[in-house]
Design a binder for this molecule. Structure first.
Ligand code: ADP
Ligand code: MG
Length: 950
């Protein structure tokens, strides 16, 4: 009982610290939607600064405390001002997360430079023996920790509810634009959220320091515990954060106390995974009612890495290949040979990381964890069980696949940033296991690992290993390159930009997230096995979480998203320490600083910068510069927030250079989408056989949906006859888009049902709806801005490409044929909508009307029978609208069914066979355009206003 009591007290004390950390995370997240991964650094920095003031400067405790807080506030203020603020809203969300990881690394390095690697412990605030309460000993410091936590939470609560700044913060958390409109200074709010969370961290550090010892390595650990706590409680919920922290602290303590301390870490990770699978919003968190039909809030400026002309990049690669082949003969006497081989090992792992983070946008802070699994598994099997290296390699891969699948399943169910949390926890867990188990050799590692060999052929010389590792790197590059330029693999690039958008186009991004995570883990695992088999020694430090963070730095500094760039990053960061011992000592600070600088000034890394330099003054370069300046100037491009239809970006009057269509004809350019060929889903195939003339394509019955207090849709019923054009009209806010979101399963209805060709769609996911033959566009067009126009259309044809990832990676003959066919089809469609001359431009360079046409082209590409178009004419002038009308009729005439929402009455009345009118969530009329135009209540509710305005 006493033992239990003591463990419990320890848990509560730790829990209080986690709670303070979690509060910091929540605060910043609420205001900026960013995870401030450097949060854990403030704990350690607070404690170490306090120690310096107390021990070196001999300040009294209260003065030292105030001085510490002043230092932390100053540092945070400067970092926020110089680094974070310029980045917010300018770099992508993925890169923001990486930036935060970079800050963590920089803080670690800074702490190492200032305080070295000796762990420090503060003396207790009030020295003395612990109290004894029924056998349970409670130190006075325990009480300090708890009291501090309670006071902090109380003060924070008062601050948020009673002060102007605090209320501004809450308003910003609710809706940044609305807050801005109401006169809240969003910049100041963001600054305050960072300052307060840093203070919370530092205070936690000061009070916990007498109970534990801290050095620069404890920072990442605090960040992880805080993240797990906040995920547990519910990200964004203040009281949830406190609860999450306490629960985690107590459970951790019980497990460490009664089971083993290694498994304390494991437990945190398992809890995190289970929670994300079962209750992703956390114990007390609510699912935020974000508008799923509107793109995310913080989107950075577009950065298309500039492309070299094909001949140049090909000959460049050829040259590099030849040099690499001949290199060993020059290197044989050089001390750099080993470095070259280790660079190769990390290059192999980073090809995986690039696929996952650079291409697919899933930030992984645990890639070295998979190297650890591969290395330890194979080395242990080879040493202790005398299996062959190949079997060891395969065992490592199998284990990595299992781990990645589990983590991927947890991370893919929720928003992208959870992948960062999960992988960070995973990396720390693997490191803890490596340190804690006997079979791994503990902190000093495994010795005497034999050289890697295949069937008796041992790669035991530098030269042999060189060819092995670089050969593998080349193969990995080719396979991943094939994958991401094929239809299936394009999904990775697409989900980087807009996950919800991708899903509603029929792309199963959840599955893709798991797949890409597994692929990257496999490459990491192979690299780890080779690392062990090359180095003959393997220790936790070689593949710890610091290494994972360093790999992120290599990725970004080299150029994430450029495929080859990250390899440059690896080479640079691995050779630097060879150049000078001084650099080796300051590696962490240098890493962090390079990362931050690269994100700020070299968005596509050294590689992108190099390309830019190569092309200076050429035509491609001036084209690129045009894109970039367009991206900055156009209202639609720096992707401001939009949290309501009214806030939509307007004002773009640029008219697209439409090429050739005074007449629109689909019969020539585009074949009627052939479902038989494209292997459609069951519903369509079934319906193709069974469609009687009287089965409606779409039937909506008694559909209702409310958001909080707003009854957005109320008992809406209507039908869309096969082969017709139906229109849904009504004033802004009538609920039209919500009907679309219900029909496409983006939201689940409160009541009512939807039938596609006579079949109920309830329970189907958005991508299954697309598979069923329904394709929709969004009111705010949801093009993938960094893909080219052509690629955007190809994404629409995702469902038509039935090749496996495997076949696509190998770029097999039938894949090539299929891809060619899809490109031909896409070009024909682009021609029909007048965008063929823009096919190879990045999509963000299209003006608004062009984006609408692109949406339409993508819908046609899918070959879906039923198209739901949400305000396709928005942002178009009269001539363009007339063209659009002609196009819709042509599309119907080749056999599609269309349901269109638009405000332009000329368009709607000109093309629709049947019109449904909504107002305030209800259907108020239904009939032919003629009937509607004569309908009394419609005239009052709708045209009345319209005519007055006109
Ligand atoms: P329309 O497309 O006809 O202009 P919407 O369907 O977009 O109208 O919106 C109908 C109502 O529902 C509006 O009051 C809108 O603010 C509200 N609404 C729509 N989606 C959401 C959501 N995800 N959360 C909260 N309110 C929503
Ligand atoms: Mg709408």
């Amino acid at each position: 009982m006493t033992e239990f009591g003591n463990i419990l007290i320890g848990g509560i004390v730790d829990g209080a610290i986690y709670a303070l950390l979690a509060l910091g995370f929540s605060l910043v997240f609420n205001v900026t939607t960013v995870l401030a991964l450097a949060q854990g650094a403030f704990v350690t920095m607070g404690a170490l600064t306090m120690n310096s003031f107390m021990v070196s400067a001999h300040l009294p405790i209260a003065v030292a405390f105030i001085a510490t807080l002043a230092v932390i506030l100053t540092v945070t203020g400067i970092v926020e001002w110089v680094i974070i603020r310029p980045a917010l809203g300018r770099i992508s969300y993925t890169n923001l997360l990486i930036l935060m990881a970079g800050l963590l690394t920089a803080f670690e390095g800074g702490a190492f430079l200032i305080w070295g690697s000796i762990p420090y412990t503060l003396r207790q605030f009030i020295p003395g023996k612990p109290f004894d309460v029924g056998g349970v000993s409670i130190a006075s410091q325990d009480i300090w920790v708890l009291a501090t936590m309670i006071v902090c939470v109380g003060l924070l609560w008062v601050f948020l509810t009673r002060t102007t700044i605090g209320r501004g913060m809450r308003a910003t958390a609710e809706n940044m634009d609305a807050a801005r409109l109401m006169g809240v200074s969003v910049d100041r709010t963001i600054l305050f959220s960072f300052l307060i969370s840093a203070l919370l961290g530092a205070i936690a550090g000061v009070v916990i320091a007498p109970l534990t010892s801290l050095d620069f390595t404890s920072m990442a650990g605090f960040t992880t515990e805080g993240l797990i706590a906040v995920t547990l409680g519910g990200l964004g919920s203040l009281f949830g954060s406190v609860t999450g922290g306490m629960v985690l602290g107590v459970m951790d303590a019980l497990l460490s106390g009664y089971v083993s301390s290694t498994f304390g870490t494991a437990f945190g990770l398992i809890l995190l995974i289970l929670l994300l699978i079962v209750r992703p919003q956390g114990l007390l968190g609510k699912i935020r009612g974000a508008r799923a039909d509107i793109a995310a809030r913080l989107i950075g400026k577009e950065h298309m890495p500039i492309q070299l002309p094909r001949w140049l990049s090909r000959s460049g690669m050829l040259a590099v290949g030849i040099v690499m082949l001949g290199l060993p003969s020059f290197l044989s006497q050089s001390k750099y040979f080993t470095t070259f081989n280790i660079v190769g090992i990390f290059c192999l792992a980073i090809v995986g990381l690039e696929l996952l983070t650079g291409i697919a946008g899933q930030v992984s802070l645990g890639q070295a964890g998979f190297m650890a699994i591969g290395g330890y598994t194979s080395a242990i099997l080879v040493i202790h069980y005398h299996v062959t290296w190949i079997l060891g390699l395969l065992a490592g891969i199998a284990l990595s696949i299992a781990a990645a699948t589990l983590l991927g399943l947890a991370g893919s169910r929720v928003r992208g940033m959870y992948m960062a949390i999960v992988t960070l926890a995973f990396g720390i867990f693997v490191e803890a296991v490596g340190n804690g188990l006997g079979i791994t050799g503990g902190p000093s590692g495994l010795y005497g690992i034999p050289s890697f060999s295949i069937g008796g052929y041992s790669f035991d010389t530098e030269t042999r290993f060189y060819y092995l590792i670089w050969g593998l790197v080349a193969v990995a590059l080719i396979l991943t390159g094939n994958l991401i330029r094929s239809s299936r693999g394009r999904i990775f690039r697409v989900m980087h930009e807009d996950d919800v958008g991708a899903r509603s186009l029929g792309l199963d991004t959840r599955r893709a997230k798991v797949i890409v995570f597994v692929l990257s883990a496999v490459l990491g695992s192979i690299a780890g096995t080779l690392y062990a088999g090359y180095f003959h020694y393997f220790s936790p430090g070689m593949v710890g979480s610091a290494v994972s963070l360093e790999m992120i730095t290599m990725l970004v500094v080299g150029g994430s998203g450029t495929q080859l760039g990250p390899l440059v990053g690896v080479a640079l960061l691995m050779f630097l320490p060879d150049v000078s011992q001084r650099i080796a000592n300051d590696a962490l600070v240098i890493d962090g600083a390079l990362l931050v600088l690269a994100l700020r000034f070299l968005p596509s890394g050294l590689y992108g910068g190099f390309n830019q330099l190569m092309l200076w003054g050429t035509r491609s370069f001036s084209r690129y510069r045009n894109y970039m300046s367009n991206a900055l100037l156009k209202p639609g491009s720096t992707a401001v927030v939009s949290s309501g239809d009214e806030a939509e970006i307007t004002g773009n009057t640029v008219i697209p250079s439409r090429s050739n269509h005074s007449t629109v004809s689909f019969n020539e350019g585009v074949e009627v989408p052939e479902h038989a060929e494209s292997k459609p889903n069951r519903i369509v195939r079934g319906s193709l056989n069974t469609i009687a003339t009287n089965v409606d394509a779409l039937q909506v019955e008694g559909l209702s949906k409310s958001f909080g207090g707003v009854q957005a849709v109320q008992g809406v019923s209507f039908e869309v006859a096969e082969g017709s054009i139906a229109a849904l009209i009504g004033p802004n806010g009538a609920g039209k888009s919500t009907v679309f979101n219900l029909v496409t399963s983006i939201y689940a209805p409160d009541a009512g049902n939807v039938q596609l060709w006579g079949r109920e769609i309830r329970g189907r996911t958005p991508d299954q709806i697309v598979a069923a033959g329904l394709f929709r566009t969004f009111q705010t067009s949801r093009i993938f801005r960094r893909l080219t126009v052509l690629e955007n259309v190809l994404v629409g044809g995702y469902i038509l490409s039935q090749n496996s990832y495997f076949a696509q990676a190998l770029w097999m003959r039938n894949v090539q044929r299929k891809e060619k066919e899809l490109v031909r089809r896409a070009l024909a469609i682009l021609d029909a909508v007048g965008l063929s001359d823009r096919a190879n431009d990045p999509a963000f360079t299209l003006p608004l009307a062009g984006q609408k046409y692109l949406d339409l082209a993508r819908a046609l590409m899918s070959g879906a029978r039923l198209l739901l178009l949400d305000e396709p004419g928005a942002g178009m002038n009269d001539a363009e609208t007339a063209e659009l009308g002609a196009m819709l009729l042509a599309i119907r005439d080749v056999g599609h069914t269309i349901l269109v929402v638009d405000h332009n009455m000329d368009l709607v009345m000109g093309v629709a066979d049947e019109v449904t009118v909504m107002d305030a969530g209800k259907v108020i009329a239904n009939g032919t355009p003629d009937q509607i135009q004569r309908n009394e209540s419609v005239i009052v509710a709708y045209f009345g206003r319209k005519e007055v305005r006109a």
